[in-house]
Design a protein around this ligand. Structure first.
Ligand SMILES: NC(=O)c1ccc[n+]([C@@H]2O[C@H](COP(=O)([O-])OP(=O)(O)OC[C@H]3O[C@@H](n4cnc5c(N)ncnc54)[C@H](O)[C@@H]3O)[C@@H](O)[C@H]2O)c1
Length: 251
């Protein structure tokens, strides 16, 4: 890769975003973290050249943070739209608030940050790579997660459409689709799912394992390695893909 590359990672403080931050830093890329709060793990925090308190739902805050990054560091080469949330509910009980919460962060957030980075730097430099964190739930139907799945199918539709728009100027846009990843999101989901299905979290965890043909729970580094693959020049002719990183759980 060329020298002095700069990446913005959203939701870079914890979980998959923390692992993406570490992987990019390992490749000597300067990583800027856009998150609601700074990383508590010093190993992750030390990978961040700067932290901006950004809620990916807030266009004004995003535009200002991107402006400051471009003024300070010159340009943004890589954007990883990773910030995301989930809630669990059967559709019959799903509230409008839950639907909006998932869509505003998971889908609209990807649009707002992408648009800001494109308009303030990538379209001028006519270069860049975007990798969005979608989900296995963006490739198939998932009970208790219809709203979340819909928000991730939206990410994949946006990824493919933007990829076609930007291909003529050489900006690539791809998505990764993780499976059952060991993060705080998974810890919350294990408890919610257990309660909704009258099971124990341990039994739900065993189901996740059984649903993963490769026989282990996915680690954030599994996703981060795939993100790096899509960022790197080895993927220079790959755009508009939604790459499953699931150990076979989506098959
Ligand atoms: N854990 C899984 O099994 C799994 C599977 C598939 C996809 N994903 C996706 O991976 C991504 C990362 O999830 P994770 O498992 O690491 O979750 P996590 O909860 O551990 O981390 C999510 C990160 O996003 C940040 N964030 C949340 N809302 C935000 C907002 N409004 N603005 C800015 N930052 C915000 C959080 O502070 C946190 O740092 C999400 O998009 C998630 O949907 C996770």
């Amino acid at each position: 890769m060329a020298k002095d590359l700069l990446a913005v990672v959203t939701g870079g403080s914890f979980g998959i975003g923390g692992a993406i931050s570490k992987r990019l830093a390992q490749e000597n890329i300067s990583v800027i973290n856009f998150d609601l709060q700074e990383a508590s793990d010093p190993d992750i925090r030390s990978c961040h050249k700067a932290f901006f308190e950004v809620d990916v739902r807030n266009k004004g805050v995003i535009d200002n943070a991107v402006k400051q990054v471009v003024e300070t560091f010159g340009k943004i080469d890589i954007l990883c739209n990773n910030a995301g949330v989930s809630t669990m509910s059967r559709v019959q009980d799903l509230t409008e608030e839950e639907w909006d919460f998932n869509f505003e962060i998971n889908s609209k957030g990807v649009f707002l940050v992408s648009q800001s980075v494109l308009n303030q730097t990538m379209l001028q430099s006519q270069s860049g790579v975007i990798v969005n964190t979608a989900s296995m739930a963006g490739l198939k139907g998932v009970p208790l997660l219809a709203h979340y799945a819909a928000s991730k199918w939206a990410v994949i539709g946006f990824t493919k459409s933007l990829a076609v728009e930007l291909a003529p100027i050489g900006i690539r846009v791809n998505a990764v689709c993780p499976g059952f990843v060991r993060t705080s999101m998974q810890e919350r989901e294990l408890k919610w799912e257990a309660s909704l299905r009258n099971m124990t979290p341990e039994d739900v965890y065993k189901e996740y394992l059984a649903l993963t043909p490769m026989g282990r729970i996915e680690e954030p580094t599994d996703v981060a390695n795939a993100v790096w693959m899509l960022v790197s020049e080895d993927s220079s002719f790959i755009t508009g893909e939604a790459l499953a990183v699931t150990g076979g759980a989506n098959l």
